[in-house]
Design a protein. Structure first.
Ligand SMILES: *Cc1c(COP(=O)(O)O)cnc(C)c1O
Length: 345
């Protein structure tokens, strides 16, 4: 028998059901298509972009991110999606056996990343008002505290006061996941400058519409970013992905902002329509709506029979069952509303 790592035995793969549906609102990606300059970059890729290695640690991409975010390249690192940066940060800042504190419910991948890095996963229930529970998170004694804001799946944000208190009292690093920041009314990225212990992760998978290209980035003080780069390895995205991301960050920002505005407007309209169906979506700062609803898994499976895919959650802490519905072009929202109405009949 080949001996493998005992702690890996009961790790299961992240495999959300792949259900081909005409309308797929299940993964919070951009439903408005590819950013135009990124599409040109894909078409016009040079042979060397394919045949040669990209430059290690993606300096060109960091330059484009620097212009987009206003942070110096030394404050930035990139990865194969922000998933990769979260994984690298856990590896860079915690030794196996240490504890990581994660609000509950929050990003479902965190339990997996904790496990593959040999960490002790400590979920901390959100408060009844869905804000983070600062004292409970601090009480875990964890040297790495994760906060997703806007939070997946609840669509709500951590309050600024709570986040500042957490950061100031934390015995280590606070990792702030801003995957949905483009749909929120504000960002907390300024904490990176005013505090020594904050790392912010972001992605081109959601608002920028490049989920399949796998490009994410992190912002933090150079001392922190340097540690993440050690955990990251030199080549984390393909040359094509890099060219597309640079094009999108340089030329497609107005495109992205216009699509994000449309997603936000449709989110509002969709929330009203859901309320008219007697439902109570949470106030959302992301490109999806979170709708507590008993029996959500059965309702979602009926909706799939009607060609509309939304994400269902079962027995979430403090919530129970719920649906998560991505917000995109209005005709898709209408299809979802109709399928939901029929599925609940
Ligand atoms: C989608 C998502 C990500 C981003 O994943 P990528 O690896 O960048 O595609 C990160 N965090 C949360 C909470 C997400 O929902």
């Amino acid at each position: 028998m080949i001996r493998t790592r005992p702690s890996y035995r009961d790790i299961s793969l992240y495999a959300p059901p792949v259900v081909p549906c005409r309308v797929d609102l299940s993964d919070n990606t951009n439903l408005f298509g590819m950013p135009p300059a990124a599409e040109r970059a894909l078409r016009d890729a040079a042979t060397s972009t394919v045949t040669r290695y990209p430059i290690s640690y993606a300096p060109d991409l960091k330059q484009a991110l620097s212009a987009y975010t206003g942070f110096e390249p030394s404050w930035l690192t990139t990865g194969c999606g922000s998933d990769d940066l979260i994984d690298c940060a856990l590896r860079a800042f915690l030794e196996p056996g240490e504890r990581i504190a994660v609000p509950d419910p929050s990003f479902s991948m965190m339990g997996y990343f904790a496990k593959v890095n040999g960490l002790h996963f400590t979920p901390v229930p959100l408060r009844p008002d869905f804000d983070i529970d600062v004292d409970a998170m601090l009480a875990t004694g964890s040297r790495l505290l994760y906060v997703c804001s806007p939070n997946n799946p609840t669509s709500t944000v951590a309050s600024r006061a709570a986040l500042e208190r957490l950061v100031d009292a934390a015995p280590g690093i606070v990792l702030v996941d801003e995957a949905y920041v483009e749909f929120a009314s504000s960002s907390n990225v300024d904490l990176v400058r005013s505090r020594p212990n904050v790392l912010v992760t972001r992605t081109l998978s959601k608002a920028f519409g490049l989920a399949g290209m796998r490009v994410g980035y992190a912002i933090g003080r150079p001392e922190l970013v340097a540690e993440v780069e050690k955990a990251r390895g030199p080549y984390k995205h393909s040359g094509i992905a890099e060219r597309m991301a640079i094009a999108a960050l340089t030329e497609d920002v107005a495109w992205m902002k216009a699509r994000a505005e449309e997603a936000k407007a449709n989110r509002q309209r969709m929330a009203e329509a859901l309320k008219a169906q007697g439902l109570e979506p949470m106030p959302s700062e992301a490109n999806f709506l979170f709708v507590p609803l008993p029996d959500a898994p059965r309702i979602a499976s009926r909706m799939r029979e009607l060609d509309v895919n939304v994400r269902a959650f079962q027995g979430l802490t403090g919530v129970g069952d719920a649906l998560r519905i991505g917000c995109g072009p209005w005709p898709m929202m209408e299809a979802a509303l109709q399928a939901l109405r029929e599925a609940r009949r």
